[in-house]
Every structure is written in structure tokens, then in C-alpha cells.
Design a binder for this molecule. Structure first.
Ligand SMILES: C[S@@+](CC[C@H](N)C(=O)[O-])C[C@H]1O[C@@H](n2cnc3c(N)ncnc32)[C@H](O)[C@@H]1O
Length: 232
């Protein structure tokens, strides 16, 4: 299959995501395998904010996948805090160009995300905060421009779930290095979870060292198996 050139991150010679079923793949690996709806529902009565961490913001595909997923759930008055990191931020124009391929499913959510992203100065390192209002509630997007380890160290709270969506470990081992995954383990609530598309041995070992009990789930989008971990 021909890969659209705007989907390739030149820094790592790797795609931001697979071309086929990128939204469904995100929803299976990162949301369904982590029982997101059930867990978010549990926090509604207590008005608890559900805290997400992501390594690799890229084009924001996971964010718009989450918007679609939450909207479809029919849940209301949800508060989600989404902490992500990007070392090489895309221009808003390129982000829009990439995400436009999902317009039939996500519609205006794409413009909302790109407008929020346009409002921050991506040349400035550190945290940038965006409040995005959606039909399901509020999505507070905190994006750290810079290195993933610095972001995790700067994070002042532990996450309910981590979406580990760096490039493949072969193309970018830095985003899977044990010291980073160890720090992610420390910034995960007990009983919290993580998910990733890779089942590479080095990633599994580092996640287990970081305190996660791992489980393999059937893969999707060309991957035989994917990984999910529960922090003990
Ligand atoms: C596979 S892409 C992420 C795709 C994204 N989650 C999406 O759905 O659009 C991985 C991203 O991680 C970024 N990245 C790679 N190494 C990094 C590091 N050490 N710290 C922060 N970001 C990094 C890359 O620039 C790239 O944008």
C-alpha cells in the first residue's frame, strides 16, 4: 500500500500511525483494552477527573479517537485530563492535513483540536494547556513540548492510564528506554493501566520492571498481538 508522505515522521523514518483503521485500532488498543468507559463511568458520581498520560502526541490521532469514542458512549459531564508529550511538534497545518482523513467520523472535533493547538506556542518548551469542551464534558489537554522523560518527571500527578504510542522500538528506542518506563510506572496509580501496540521483548521487560503485570490481547491493524499492563 502507498503510504501518504505526510504520515511519515522524517525524524524517525516511521509513520505516525497505520493508514488502515487508525481510529478503530486506537480505540481497541488504548480504550477498550483498558476498559475506559467502565472506569470513567465509575468516576462520574464522585466527579473524579480521569487522568491519561500519552507518550508521543504526534498528529493527535489518539485525541480525536478519544473524542469520537466518548461521544459515542453517550456519557455526559465527564472530566478528562490528557497529558501528552511531543519532542518534534508538527505545524498545525500539517496536523490538520493528516487528521482531515478522519473528517467523516470525527467532523468538527478535528477543527476544535487543531484550533486549540494553534493557540499555543509550540516553539516554547514545557507545558501548554488547552481546555476543549465536548458534548461528553471537558477535555483538558496538557501538552509538554520536549523530551518524554522530562515530561513524566514534571507530571505532578499519577495517571489512571498511559497510552504508549511512540514509534516502533526499532526506529526509536529512546521512547521505550527502561528509565522512562520506570518513571511512567511511578506515575501510574495502583490498579492503573498502560497499553501499547508493541510486544517487543525489551519493552515487556522494562514494563514489568516498572511494576506492570502484562497481558497480551489480540492485535489489530496488521499487528498479531498488543500489550496491556496493570500496575500492582
Ligand atoms: C507514533 S508517533 C505518535 C502518534 C500519535 N499518538 C498519534 O496518534 O497521532 C510518536 C511520536 O513521538 C514523538 N517522540 C519520539 N521520541 C520522543 C521523545 N523521546 N520524547 C517525546 N516525543 C517523542 C515523535 O516525534 C512522534 O510524534
Amino acid at each position: 500500500m502507498l503510504i501518504p508522505s505526510n504520515l511519515v515522521n522524517e525524524k524517525f523514518d516511521d509513520r505516525y500511525f497505520d493508514v488502515v483503521n487508525a481510529l478503530d485500532e486506537a480505540q481497541q488498543i488504548y480504550f477498550k483494552n483498558n476498559n475506559l468507559i467502565e472506569r470513567i463511568t465509575m468516576g462520574i458520581e464522585s466527579k473524579t477527573t480521569f487522568v491519561i498520560g500519552e507518550t508521543g502526541f504526534g498528529a493527535g490521532r489518539l485525541v480525536i479517537s478519544l473524542m469520537e469514542f466518548m461521544e459515542k458512549s453517550g456519557l455526559k459531564n465527564i472530566s478528562i485530563e490528557y497529558n501528552s508529550v511531543e519532542l518534534y511538534p508538527l505545524s498545525p497545518e500539517r496536523m490538520l492535513n493528516i487528521l482531515d482523513g478522519f473528517r467523516d467520523r470525527v467532523g468538527e472535533g478535528i477543527d476544535t483540536l487543531v484550533e486549540a493547538y494553534r493557540s499555543i506556542d509550540i516553539t516554547v518548551a514545557g507545558w501548554h494547556s488547552m481546555k476543549i469542551q465536548q458534548s461528553f464534558g471537558t477535555l483538558e489537554l496538557n501538552l509538554w513540548i520536549g523530551e518524554a522523560l522530562e515530561m513524566v518527571e514534571a507530571l505532578e500527578k499519577s495517571c489512571d492510564v498511559w497510552f504508549l504510542d511512540g514509534h516502533s522500538p526499532k526506529k526509536n528506542p529512546s521512547i521505550w528506554r527502561p528509565e522512562l518506563l520506570m518513571e511512567i510506572g511511578k506515575k501510574t496509580k495502583t490498579g492503573g493501566t498502560c497499553s501499547t501496540f508493541t510486544v517487543a521483548g525489551a519493552v515487556k521487560s522494562a514494563l514489568m520492571e516498572a511494576g506492570f503485570t502484562l497481558k497480551k490481547f489480540p492485535g489489530c491493524g496488521g499487528k498479531k498481538q498488543v500489550l496491556q499492563g496493570v500496575k500492582c
